[in-house]
Design a protein around this ligand. Structure first.
Ligand SMILES: [Zn+2]
Length: 104
C-alpha cells in the first residue's frame, strides 16, 4: 500500500530564500516594509516578521531610520518595534513616516 506524499500544489517559498532576498536588498539601500513587500512579493506583516529575525541574526547590524511625525516633527528615536506607530504621542497626528531599514 502506497501513500501519496502530501504536497501543496504550489510549494511555499522557503523562508531562508526570502530572508536572503531581503538581506541583499537592504545591503543596497534603505527601504521601508512597504517597499520590501512590493519587491519581494510578500505581505508587509511577513516582511516585519523576517526583519525581526534578521535583527537578531545580524546582531544589531540592521539599522532603522526612525519614523517621524509629519505634523510636529517628533522622531521615534527610542522605538524598539519595527512596525510603524499608529499615532504621534505628542500631537496625536496619524501622519507618520514609515521607518526604513538598511543593513550596515
Ligand atoms: Zn506629532
Amino acid at each position: 500500500m502506497k501513500e501519496r506524499p502530501r504536497q501543496p500544489f504550489v510549494p511555499p517559498r522557503r523562508q531562508d530564500t526570502v530572508r536572503q532576498e531581503l538581506t541583499a536588498l537592504l545591503r543596497e539601500e534603505g527601504l521601508t516594509a512597504k517597499e520590501l513587500s512590493g519587491l519581494v512579493g510578500i505581505s508587509e506583516k511577513e516582511v516585519l516578521e523576517h526583519l525581526e529575525h534578521l535583527r537578531i541574526a545580524l546582531h544589531g547590524r540592521l539599522d532603522m531610520t526612525p519614523p517621524r511625525c509629519l505634523e510636529c516633527g517628533f522622531s521615534f528615536q527610542k522605538r524598539e518595534r519595527l512596525k510603524k506607530p499608529g499615532r504621534c504621542p505628542v500631537c496625536r497626528s496619524e501622519r507618520i513616516t514609515d521607518p526604513s531599514f538598511t543593513i550596515r
